[in-house]
Design a protein around this ligand. Structure first.
Ligand code: NAP
Length: 516
C-alpha cells in the first residue's frame, strides 16, 4: 500500500474507506488526465491522484519537442473550452506555447500537488471481493482505488523503423519524439525518414541549417495550406476583454469542420465530390509550390483524402525547391555505418539520421500501455487483441467495473482532441453522478449495450471514406491490424457530444459492493 500522504483536506463525494489510498486513480497527466481531473473536481471529487510516468506532468506537449513544432489545429478548437487563453502569438500556437498552456492549466486547477511523477504503472487489477482497483507501480508499490481512469493518450510510444542495419549507424540517430537539442545539425548531411505531420514541420525548420537534406518518403501526405496569422495586440486585447469572440470562433470552426468532415468523411459514399474537389485543389497547390515536375508527381498522394491524417503547412513543399534538399521515394534497403542505401543501390552518405516515423497506435504496446485485469482475470489487452478494439461509447468495457477510458476505441469524433476529452469526461461524470444518486459504488456497462454500440460503429463506418474511399496503399495508422479504425468514431463531434449527455444510463449496472 502507498505511503503517499492521503489528501484529506478536501471534501470528497463520499467518505473514503480506510482500505483505499484514493477514490480515483488517473493514469496520465496530459490533456486527458487534466480534463478528467477537472471534471472530477467539478462534481466534488477531490480525492484522486494522477500518476505520470515522466519526470514532469503535462504529457505530449511537455515531452515532445523538435525544431518547427507547432500545433496543427487553431487554438480556439485546440484548447479547453473552460480555459481559454487570449494571448496566443498566432492562430496555430507554437509547441513552447502549448507546453506553457498545459502547465498553466494544471496549476490553475491545483493539480501539480496531485500528480506523482516518475510513477510508471505496470499493472492494474480489479479485486471483485473488495470492489477496488489495485494499481501496481514499477518498483512494487500498489495503490488502491475505487475507480480507475486511463488517460494515457494515443501518440505516446515512439516507433523506430525496422530497417536493416539501423543499429549499426555510427552517426547521430534521433527519433523526433525524443529530440536531442545538444545535437548541432549545422552543415551536416541529414536524412529524414517519414513525411507525416511531424516531418512536414521539422523539414522546413532545419533545411536552412544543414548542408544536405535527404527526405525518405514512403507514402505522400495530403497537405493543406496553413492560414496562420500572428495575433496582433489589438486582437489579443479583444479576445481578453470579450471572451465570447473566442467561443464564437470555436463554434464557427467546429461547425465548418463538422459540415466538411461530416459530409466528406463520415458520409463519403453520398458526397464523394467534396473530398474529390479538395484533392484536386491540393494537387494544384503542389504543382504551384514545387518547381521540379518529377518531385511534384512524387508528392501527390494516391489515396483518398483523409484515409490518412492530413496536415497543414505553407513551407513544406517549397523546401524541395532548394538545391540541397532531395525527395527520395526509392524504398530504403539498409542503413550502413554512415549512409542509407536505397533499393536501386544508390548510397547517400549522412552524418545524422532523423526518424520522423511516428508512434505505436492502437496496438498491444500502447492500448493499454499497462496490464489491465478485470473481473475473473479478464485481460483487457488480450481481449482487444483477440476480439478487436471495442468500448461502449469509447469509454467502458464489460468485465472492467469502475474503469473509464479516455481516447479508448471509438471515442474520438469531431474537430479536435479536446472534443474527445469533453465527451469522455461527461460520460464518466454522468456514470459517477448516477452511482452517487443510487448509493452505488460499482458501475459496469452491460454486455448487450456494449455489443450494440460496437455493432453500430461497424455499421456506420461503412459510409466513411475509410471504408468507401480508396485507402489502399495509404499506410494509415487509422487502420489497426484487424483493418478496423478504432481511432475514429464514425459520427460527428456534435452527435458524440450529444450522446455523451444523453446515452441511456440503463446501459449500466449500478450496485453497492465491498466494504463501502
Ligand atoms: P506518422 O504520421 O505516423 O508518420 C510517420 C512517417 O514515417 C510516415 O510518413 C511513414 O510512412 C514513415 N515511416 C514509418 N516507418 C517507416 C519506415 N520503416 N520506412 C520509411 N518510412 C517510414 O507520424 P508523425 O508524423 O509523428 O505524426 C503522428 C501524429 O502526430 C499526426 O498524425 C498528428 O496526429 C500528430 N502530430 C500533431 C502535431 C501537431 O502539431 N498537433 C504535430 C506532429 C504530429 P508511411 O506513411 O508509409 O507509413
Amino acid at each position: 500500500m502507498s505511503t503517499a500522504p492521503l489528501m484529506t483536506d478536501e471534501p470528497t463525494s463520499s467518505p473514503r474507506p480506510a482500505a483505499l489510498d484514493h477514490e480515483v486513480v488517473i493514469i496520465g497527466s496530459g490533456f486527458s488526465g487534466i480534463g478528467a481531473a477537472v471534471a472530477l473536481q467539478e462534481m466534488g471529487i477531490q480525492d484522486f491522484v494522477i500518476l505520470e510516468r515522466e519526470s514532469q506532468l503535462g504529457g505530449t506537449w511537455v515531452q515532445n519537442d523538435y525544431p518547427g513544432l507547432t500545433v496543427d489545429m487553431p487554438f480556439f478548437i485546440y484548447s479547453f473550452p473552460f480555459e481559454m487563453k487570449p494571448d496566443w502569438s498566432q492562430v496555430y500556437p507554437t509547441g513552447a506555447e502549448m507546453k506553457e498552456y498545459t502547465l498553466r492549466c494544471a496549476e490553475k486547477h491545483d493539480l501539480p500537488r496531485r500528480v506523482r511523477c516518475e510513477a510508471t504503472v505496470v499493472k492494474s487489477e480489479y479485486d471483485a471481493d473488495a470492489n477496488v482497483w489495485r494499481t501496481q507501480l514499477e518498483g512494487g508499490e500498489v495503490l488502491v482505488s475505487r475507480y480507475l481512469v486511463s488517460a494515457t493518450g494515443l501518440l505516446v510510444i515512439p516507433k523506430m523503423p525496422d530497417i536493416k542495419g539501423i543499429d549499426d549507424f555510427e552517426g547521430k540517430l534521433i527519433h523526433t519524439a525524443r529530440w536531442d537539442y545538444d545535437t548541432d545539425l549545422t552543415d551536416k548531411r541529414v536524412a529524414v525518414i517519414g513525411t507525416g505531420a511531424t516531418a512536414i514541420q521539422l523539414i522546413p525548420a532545419i533545411a536552412d541549417q544543414v548542408k544536405q537534406l535527404d527526405i525518405y518518403q514512403r507514402t505522400a501526405i495530403w497537405l493543406l495550406p496553413k492560414l496562420n496569422p500572428q495575433l496582433s495586440s489589438g486582437w489579443k486585447r479583444a479576445l481578453g476583454t470579450a471572451p465570447f469572440l473566442q467561443t464564437l470562433a470555436r463554434w464557427l470552426t467546429n461547425l465548418f469542420v463538422e459540415v466538411v468532415l461530416g459530409m466528406g468523411f463520415i458520409h463519403y459514399r453520398r458526397f464523394p465530390w467534396i473530398f474529390d474537389r479538395i484533392e484536386k485543389k491540393l494537387v494544384d497547390y503542389i504543382r504551384h509550390e514545387v518547381h521540379d515536375p518529377e518531385t511534384q508527381e512524387k508528392l501527390i498522394p494516391h489515396y483518398s483524402f483523409f484515409c490518412k491524417r492530413p496536415s497543414f503547412s505553407n513551407v513544406f513543399y517549397s523546401s524541395f525547391n532548394r538545391p540541397h534538399v532531395e525527395l527520395v521515394t526509392e524504398p530504403i534497403e539498409r542503413v550502413t555505418a554512415n549512409a542509407i542505401v536505397a533499393a536501386d543501390g544508390t548510397q547517400r552518405e549522412i552524418d545524422a539520421l532523423v526518424c520522423a516515423t511516428g508512434y505505436n497506435v492502437f496496438n498491444r504496446k500502447c492500448m493499454p500501455g499497462y496490464e489491465v485485469i478485470g473481473r475473473n482475470g479478464k485481460n483487457l489487452g488480450e481481449f482487444w487483441q483477440k476480439n478487436r478494439f471495442q468500448a461502449y461509447e469509447g469509454a467502458t468495457v464489460p468485465g472492467f467495473p469502475n474503469f473509464f477510458l479516455f481516447m479508448g476505441p471509438y471515442s474520438a469524433a469531431g474537430a479536435s482532441y479536446f472534443t474527445m476529452i469533453d465527451t469522455q469526461s461527461k460520460h464518466m461524470t454522468r456514470c459517477l453522478s448516477e452511482a452517487r444518486k443510487r448509493g452505488a459504488n460499482c458501475i459496469e456497462v452491460k454486455q448487450a449495450a456494449h455489443d450494440h454500440d460496437f455493432a453500430k460503429v461497424q455499421r456506420l463506418r461503412q459510409t466513411t471514406v475509410a471504408f468507401g474511399g480508396n485507402c489502399a496503399g495509404s499506410n494509415s495508422y487509422y487502420f489497426d491490424e484487424h483493418g478496423d479504425t478504432p481511432g475514429l468514431r464514425p459520427v460527428t463531434g456534435f452527435q458524440h457530444w450529444l450522446r455523451s449527455r444523453s446515452f441511456p444510463l440503463q446501459s449500466y449496472d449500478f450496485e453497492r459492493r465491498g466494504d463501502a
